[in-house]
Design a protein around this ligand. Sequence first.
Ligand code: PLP
Length: 340
Amino acid sequence: MEKIDWKNLSFGYIKTDYNVRCYYRNGKWGEIEVCSEETIPMHMAAVCLHYGQEAFEGMKAYRCPDGKVRVFRTEENAARMQSTARGLVMPEVPTEMFNAMIDRVVRLNERWIPPYESGATLYLRPLLIGTSAQVGVHPSEEYLFMIFVTPVGPYFKGGFATNPYVITRDYDRSAPLGTGCYKVGGNYAASLRANKWAHEQGYSCEFYLDAKEKKYIDECGAANFFGIKDNTYVTPKSTSILPSVTNKSLMQLAEDLGMKVERRQIPLEELETFEEAGACGTAAVISPIQRIDDPETGKSYVFSKDGKPGPVSTKLFNKLIAIQYGIEPDTHGWTRVVIE
Ligand SMILES: *Cc1c(COP(=O)(O)O)cnc(C)c1O
């Protein structure tokens, strides 16, 4: 194996040794298969390609300072993928099978798990697709569930830092009764234009308001939003946001730290009152927000004058990372050792 510069890996793709696959045919899941091919042989009329019957997940495996390899709350990802499957009329992958395939693919690719010191991790990508050949719009008969892995570099190469966001009113990522609460490729396809626009303006990411009224905070790009004020962690309640496992964990940690936690609608103007704000998800854990600009009103909601992350975001970030890496006691039973 060529020497890899783990620290400078991007959030890209590099080939590893194996992926694991399981086929759903005749109404049931088959045996778990180990595969070293990177491609999926598929019919050109496969439902996933034309009608987007597809679900995915994202997690990481962490090489810890004690030498063990841990994964974080994968039952939550399994449950979310089951919810997505119901939302898109696909068969559910049972949690036991989901976890067994994770453990298998992590162990098979052990040499691709970056060392602790690098800050890099092994990214796990479960994918569920409808594979039947048909032109009519109805759910697929056959499915493929697979998990591939790829090492990814540390999210904050220059250390934990803040980023600028911009509110978009010209594009919606998802509709109130649409698929925003499911982890599907279609939501990402719908976000590409807004994301491109935000990048062209020099922003890190686009910021969405609720699609119906444009009055409330929804999501920051493909991450959940939280604001901090008066010792309270506030995060939006909305039917069009994806329930983030990271956000759920941060809410619990905030409570553990003696903070109040509120999950409710957040009117746009309330941004003015937050002392800190952040975007959260598996990739970065927390990506602290420097400011959110609103091109329509010319207003700029600033959360960090010096560009540094706030104390509460920093504390939550460090706490969650320490649990994921087995450094702090895992009092909630969130981690599972996959390699001793
Ligand atoms: C995956 C995802 C998130 C983050 O969820 P985590 O479980 O924390 O990784 C947030 N928003 C969207 C739209 C997502 O797809």
